[in-house]
Ligand binder design. Sequence first.
Ligand code: NAP
Length: 256
Amino acid sequence: MTEETKRRISTDLTGQIALVTGAARGLGRAIAVSLAQSGAKVACVDVNAESLAETVATIAATGAAAKAMACDVTDGDRVAEVVKQVAEDWGGLHILINNAGITRDNVVMRMKDDQWDAVIAINLRGTFLFTRAAAKPMMKARRGRIINIASVSGLMGNPGQANYSASKAGVIGLTRTVAKELAGRNVTVNAVAPGFIATEMTAALGEEILEAVRKQIPLGRLGDPQDVADAVLFLASEAAGFITGQVLTVDGGLTA
Ligand code: NAP
């Protein structure tokens, strides 16, 4: 991350407590680091605490507070425990980023039950579990920001991704409904729908497919994790206080 990209969005999140799932790498790491650079204390969640070491060290190097918390987002008891611990240790939870997600691609005719189940469990159920747990401290504080990382696949579909598209369309429906349920307590709930962003998830597609993808993107490049982190920062900021139930697409014009 260069100095230049660090400063693209300037917002003050001092005093805010944030939690980011899937923070060990990719978009989750960029989001966690950006929130911390804006002054938030950040609870970094991933399956293994060890995998979070680099994210936590990057945040600590900026002088901000971060902690690594091991949690499988599909484990409801652990999710409730993690949210309770953050709220107790740091005095609340104001910003939740539901980012953990996986792909298990296959055309629908060949899709295995376990491919379907794993993707729905992590991408959709995990988002529900953390949203439910975080709603309590946010409603109590009468302020909160929930930002769910969806995908353009959930808006337009994508061959080979019936499970993934369904999970992300589900995340968008969940976002719109919870936005209406929590609005009366000043908790906003929005989704960010990235297009193709350069992370390990997209690297797995291989260079040939990625070159074809680049040709379809009007801006002519894959996104950078910071492009998504900046959209999240905006939605987490005071400036986005009147925006709720929306999907902000960050895709270089792919769905325009
Ligand atoms: P990534 O590089 O694969 O990182 C995902 C992170 O989530 C990993 O650290 C992974 O941990 C963690 N994770 C997986 N299962 C988990 C679970 N059960 N509990 C807790 N953490 C878990 O993915 P990414 O590209 O950064 O994507 C992040 C989010 O953006 C996902 O929701 C993805 O669907 C969405 N998205 C990405 C793109 C893109 O182009 N990259 C586009 C649209 C949407 P392990 O490594 O230990 O499994």
